[in-house]
Design a protein around this ligand. Sequence first.
Ligand SMILES: [Ca+2]
Ligand SMILES: [Ca+2]
Length: 366
Amino acid sequence: MKEKFLFLLLVSVVALVFAVSCSDDEEGESEAKTNCNSNVDCNRDSYCDLDNPQQDAELGMLVYFCKKRQICSTQADCPINWKCKENEGFCITKKEAEGIMCKSNDDCKDPNYPICNLANGECRSSGGEISDNDDPLEDNDEDTPGTEVDDEEEVNDNEPSGKDDDVSDNDADNSSDTGLGKTVMTENFEDGGLQWTIVPANEENPCWKIGTPTSGPGEARSGNNVAATNLEETYSSNCKDLMYYSTSISVPSNGKPEISFYAWVDLIGNGYSPYDYVEVLVKKSDDMWELVDDGILLSADTPSSPLAALDNHKTKITKQLGTQYYKFTGDLSAFKGKSIDIGFRFTTDDSDEAAGFYLDDITVSY
Ligand SMILES: [Ca+2]
Ligand SMILES: [Ca+2]
């Protein structure tokens, strides 16, 4: 009798779980139609579901969709590792709340959150020593994802210096163009880009070209050739083209592995709305191409915030600079000891074009 009761209980629990998951799916489907590459592409009540890419048959590549956030009134309403943003009433990821996850201070690139809290693996602000079990909700009220918080200017304690916008603080002044450390890979496109494979959204009109530019800067940074979104005129609309390095790169397990490159940037977009943009993507061996969200944040040696050339998540290069080649750097620490493929993806919307993105002198070093 008892067994029968337990069996019935089990059956009803399974049925309930099934029903709930189905309704979740339907909900997800009904509003999962907005393509995204990061949260800035989604409404405020949604996030870009980077954990669940879907194959787009037409484009022949993986795409991501915005997904509705879970509503909450207290922390208890959110899944593990999420936080209730109580003033807005929905759950946000820890990563959104704190900047990025970390293993050491080196991982904390956001100048507002330069310290890695080893207790929970999150970057935190430098204001005083925070106990390990501080209430995570306490200090993220102002931390709206996608905004560059400017309320903690004084990053001035005894932590490692130079945690400013420039990730590559230790090679900014004392290095040659090939970086501080040992070089794993370099590319100047003078061979016409033999090592690169372009995967266009539209086979008849690839949005990456390799050669000598007459548009944009009108010249390469080195030699004659660059990789660019066009060589003779403005770029195209409706691009979503990946250009990747055909040889896998072994990222050393020591040092400070990073990718740097130079780019001349004239792309329609701003920090909140990067309509047209370039991202650096990484594919771990036997893995899918995934967004820089998995570890690579970019920094730019552009002079000041209006010219920072990065969106608010620091994963997309956008904005209309168009003055010179600037150096960009991406952190590869998350891939130490791994073999990865590296690519650049160029995405544009369906209107308004500019001179484009001209890429030269890529270096992976450590
Ligand atoms: Ca070149
Ligand atoms: Ca556009």
